[in-house]
Design a protein around this ligand. Sequence first.
Ligand code: S3P
Length: 439
Amino acid sequence: MKQLNVSPLKNIIKITLSVPPDKSISHRAIIIGSIANGRTEIKNLLASEDCLNTLKIMQQLGVEISSYNNFETVTVYGKGLHSLIEPKNILNCGNSGTTIRLLCGLLSGQSFLSVLTGDDSLITRPMERVIEPLTLMGAKLFGREHNTKVPVVITPGILHGISYEMPISSAQVKSAIMLAGIQAKGETKIIEKEKSRDHTERMLSAFGAKIKSDKNEIIIGSEQSLEAQSLCIPGDISSAAFFIAACAIIPGSEMVLQKVSVNPTRAGIITVLKKMGVKIESTNKKEASGEPIADLFISSGDLTAAEVKGSNIPLLIDEIPILCIVMAQAKGKSIIKDARELRFKESDRIKTMVQVLRKLGIEVTELEDGLEIIGLGGEPFKIDHSIEWPRHFDHRIAMSIAIAALKANEPIQIPGAEWISTSFPNFEKLINQIQMAVV
Ligand code: S3P
């Protein structure tokens, strides 16, 4: 197991950083580019393990994809929705829920057999959430353990549109239905109780698909054809969140993060941190490939407790581990509720964060759908040597511990640091940059 050693910061941070490209948008750029007609050029693709798994799978499905300058520019030579070919082997999605769920939707409408699998974490994650609606559309897909788990086998089905009310808020499920919908006969309607990230809607529209999206309702037109585009992927707010948090918990710090995606369906972390006392200003606002981006200027302030729940949860679902670290530094009791979905991520992030926070010396209560955290009011984390680090966790938990280490009473050796490369390959480099840039 790889360890990352992070020492407490001795002084304040003053730095300008560029965060890695957005993971969700990168997956979609590869998949949608692969089924469009023509040459899609992608600048600034995230070359993390998860996205490279998506890329390799699209190549196994017969799509020609080339990359220059270590993925600075990736060219996808799409030949349309019906040009994919039967893969010769099982498609391995690794750790990536986005890859497997989106591909279930896409491959449901294809005329060949495919089998999708993943790593030890992915094979435990729920798949009925995509298998059920796709089956209602006429797809023929089957999963282990009575259609609930990976591996998933997909055989040719004839798809028709449906009207589907989402029982949970999930952009992966919504996107799977949309990628099946563009191949189906008749309109597909999706109704979300709480709006989840809308990158698939935005990107399909940019590629010329007929999609109407109004508040929480999306209508996808029948049997579509997509046209290639040039894309530039913005910085990932989920990766930026770790450094915003670092700035928030080290009083007197200031940071500029450049060209970050500030899509409102992803920017919940900015709203909550502002309420907690962090100063965040967005400047240079513009659009890149249908997504709003901005430079973020962050400065620390006195942190107060917060309550996060309901429809705000999907807007910051991936940022909850790092939000817990900020809450643990705030003054008072913070509460996160309605976040049961955290139990089905790359690890059970409620259980894991409870253990991490206890190890950091924090008083925390595990709720069925969240956590209650008593903040230290700015005191350093005091490592409890009688508690172990969790045995099973994931990239976002490892990075959250690394940020906490900047404000701990002693250096921390973070176990499981190899997971970080699923989403943030140069995380260690940026942490080192922060360590050097203190003034
Ligand atoms: C993602 C959607 C979210 C998120 C995941 C990426 C996506 O998952 O947690 O990291 O790219 O669509 P759910 O759809 O399960 O909420």
